[in-house]
Each structure stands twice: as structure tokens, then as C-alpha cells.
Design a protein. Structure first.
Length: 134
């Protein structure tokens, strides 16, 4: 089965073009309504999720939206130059809590077919957002 993509979101900063940040990180003023909102996507508990990795700039946010139950998430690594992996497995998120992971580098994290960071949650109550740092 194909993994479900969660696209990276970018900070609403000014630059020569969207996603390209200059030396001065000033927001476009005034910020338009909704331009700084964060979109969370439910975990795909059947197919899992992935996002493209931008070297050293990809951050994964996770939030458990359930009011009483704890659920877990896993982030899959790949072997590094020393043939070691560093999976983040069964990371428990208590009810109504959030966690952040990264930034991720391609070495050690970039999977293939499709290329990117692989992660999954044990419930659709786990909500993910991927951010691209400037």
C-alpha cells in the first residue's frame, strides 16, 4: 500500500519567492488571516505516513487529540554509515499533549520508494504536521 503524504508547511516569512528566505526573516506585513495557521493531519493507521526531507530543515510535530487515552507513534530510520539505526519506536503521547522531532537529515532518515521520512501513529487521534525550517 502507498504511504500517505503529509506535505511540509513553511513559515510565513518574506523572501524573494515562497519558501526561499533571504538574510532578513521578516514576515509579510500585515499577515493575512490564516496565513500563519498550522494544519494538522490525522495519522494513516493503515498505510502510514511520510514527508519529503529537506536536509536539516524538516521537523515533525505530533499531537494526541484524544481527551483521555495515550497513543504511540514511530519514526523509522535507515542505517547510517556505521550500519546503525535510530528508530523512534512506540513514543507515547498522553492525552492532549504534543511532541516535536527533528530537524532530520537525509543520512539516517531518508527512506526510498517513496523517498522521505517515514512515520506512523497507532490512532487517527495522533495528528501530524511537518514543518520546513527557513
Amino acid at each position: 500500500m502507498a504511504r500517505t503524504t503529509i506535505a511540509s508547511q513553511q513559515f510565513p516569512l518574506a523572501g524573494p519567492s515562497p519558501g526561499v528566505y533571504g538574510a532578513s526573516y521578516y514576515p509579510n506585513l500585515p499577515l493575512g488571516a490564516g496565513s500563519a495557521n498550522l494544519t494538522m493531519s490525522a495519522a494513516d493507521t493503515v498505510n502510514s505516513n511520510y514527508t519529503a526531507i529537506v536536509e536539516g530543515k524538516t521537523v515533525l510535530l505530533a499531537y494526541n487529540s484524544h481527551t483521555t487515552s495515550t497513543f504511540t507513534l514511530t519514526i523509522n530510520s535507515v542505517s547510517n554509515v556505521n550500519q546503525r539505526t535510530g528508530d523512534i519506536t512506540n513514543y507515547a503521547l498522553a492525552a492532549l499533549t504534543a511532541a516535536m522531532f527533528g530537524p532530520f537529515n537525509a543520512a539516517g532518515w531518508n527512506q526510498s520508494a517513496p523517498a522521505g521520512l517515514y512515520f506512523n501513529g497507532t490512532s487517527t487521534n495522533i495528528q501530524f504536521a511537518c514543518l520546513q525550517l527557513p
